[in-house]
Design a protein around this ligand. Structure first.
Ligand code: CAA
Length: 264
């Protein structure tokens, strides 16, 4: 397989180890249909298989949208069983991103609604352009979210704010998304990719296994009691002392040089 196989996505390596997936349906505001969802999951697997891959960025093509949701045109005539199946395809893609060994950053440019917001929340964190608009407007279409929004939004912004957004279907602009902790930083659209690559490059310099462990520990922190989470942290801390990167990182510190990590 090569990148040309992904007809609904652009895939580029922005810097050594920093990969970018761009959803490529700008005329439909990058709406997520089944083909996009399946290609997205395969693209994550393909990028992970590149030996130098360290960080993944996801964005939308065009200047209007990250993704304006699951594809309403494709969904509207589904029966209950077909809709459940479609939801499961979307869920699998979101889990694939969330469980990637790579840190994943969403670069949100414009509309980030419904399934688009669910995709952004499956990433480790979100950087937003100041034209970003977030929301879970599914209730205005007669349905609840289907790609995990009801579960990821409360974990991001707390249950009260999540309930407000989910029950009203209201949309929030980038500054409000920043205030409630849905996104981490807001910037002019023309700086979004540059800032994303810069942050990815900073992550890529660190020890890959330690970065992966941090990703996993943050993820489980919402689901565990603190003793279980801390036990897992101890286990991973201990395991990391069996890696070359721990010896390199601490050795470089004491030798006053920059560490060169290999992921071993
Ligand atoms: N699905 C399919 N097509 C979509 C779409 C979507 N979610 N969102 C936008 N489009 C299409 C429009 O149909 C339109 O196509 P045509 O030019 O062929 O008519 C094109 O994108 C441009 O959209 P608009 O003309 O509507 O653009 P606008 O600037 O006037 O409005 C918008 C932008 C406010 C984002 C509006 O498009 C909109 O409200 N979109 C739907 C948002 C939404 O409800 N998302 C949730 C979907 S349900 C979901 O995601 C379920 C789930 O969790 C799994």
């Amino acid at each position: 397989m090569n990148v040309a196989a992904f007809t609904q996505l652009f895939i580029t390596e922005q810097q050594p180890g920093v990969w970018l997936i761009t959803l490529n349906r700008p005329k439909a505001l990058n709406a997520l249909n089944q083909q996009v969802l399946e290609q997205l999951a395969s693209a994550v697997a393909w990028i992970e298989s590149q030996p130098d891959a360290r960080v993944l960025l996801i964005t939308g093509s065009g200047d209007k949208a990250f993704a304006a949701g699951a594809d309403i045109v494709e969904m509207k005539d589904l029966n209950a069983q077909q809709a459940r199946d479609f939801s499961q395809i979307g869920m699998a893609t979101m889990h694939r991103i969330e469980n990637s060994r790579l840190p994943v950053i969403a670069l949100v440019n414009g509309f980030c609604l419904g399934g688009g917001c669910e995709l952004a929340m499956a990433c480790d964190f979100i950087l937003a352009a100041d034209n970003a608009v977030f929301g879970q407007p599914e209730v205005t279409l007669g349905v609840p979210p289907g790609f995990g929004g009801s579960q990821r939004l409360p974990r991001r912004v707390g249950p009260g704010m999540a309930a407000q957004l989910l029950l009203t279907g209201e949309k929030v602009k980038a500054d409000e998304a920043l205030r409630i902790g849905l996104c981490n930083q807001v910037m002019p659209p023309e700086q979004l990719l540059e800032r994303g690559v810069e942050m990815a490059a900073a992550i890529a310099k660190n020890a890959p296994l330690a970065v992966s462990h941090c990703k996993r520990l943050v993820q489980v922190s919402g689901d565990q009691n603190i003793e279980n989470g801390c036990r897992m942290e101890s286990d991973l801390f201990g395991l990391s002392f069996a890696t070359e990167d721990q010896k390199e990182g601490m050795g470089a510190f004491t030798e006053r040089r920059t560490a060169e990590f290999t992921g071993q």
